[in-house]
Design a protein around this ligand. Structure first.
Ligand SMILES: [Zn+2]
Ligand SMILES: [Zn+2]
Ligand SMILES: [Zn+2]
Length: 158
């Protein structure tokens, strides 16, 4: 394990303690798998990753429970539009977590977590509620093409 990843896991464990919770070895393994992933993962991807890394496949129920824990603790995020999970990119940061906005590439499935100004969310909520719509999620998921894929698409058109 790289030192950078260990530092993130240490910080995650500290964060859980502050919440009065514990980053148990099982939860830590799952977070570790998310950190090692190069993109968002479904619960079933994580079960097979777990099998490959540790030689046993945890039950889907317990994986969902642990993922929920990580999401509630702010260590991971769930993408509602794809039903996938990814580690928060700000675990080792000291700043407050901003409203997360996820830029999801529909071609290569890469996801980037970028912060969004709270005022923007307030505006979104206001425009939704002006037509009587109540916004549920506190995060935004934007689908499109990442820089690489947009470039590849532009090249293909030449
Ligand atoms: Zn985050
Ligand atoms: Zn940060
Ligand atoms: Zn892409």
């Amino acid at each position: 394990m790289t030192n950078a990843k260990q530092a993130i896991l240490d910080k995650a464990s500290e964060h859980c303690q502050q919440l009065g919770e514990r980053l148990t070895p099982k939860r830590e393994r799952l977070l570790d798998l998310l950190l090692a992933a190069d993109g968002p993962k479904s619960a079933y991807d994580l079960i097979s990753d777990h099998q490959a890394a540790y030689g046993d496949a945890p039950a889907a129920m317990s994986v969902y429970r642990m993922l929920n824990f990580l999401v509630e603790a702010g260590l991971a995020h769930k993408l509602a539009t794809t039903n996938q999970f990814l580690a928060c990119s700000h675990i080792s940061c000291d700043h407050d977590h901003e409203v997360p906005q996820f830029l999801i590439c529909d071609r290569c499935q890469a996801v980037e977590e970028v912060g969004m100004q709270r005022s923007l969310l307030t505006e979104l909520k206001a425009s939704a509620s002006s037509v009587g719509f109540e916004m549920g999620s506190q995060q935004l998921e934007v689908h499109g093409l990442c820089r690489n894929c947009a470039q590849a698409a532009a090249n293909a058109e030449l």
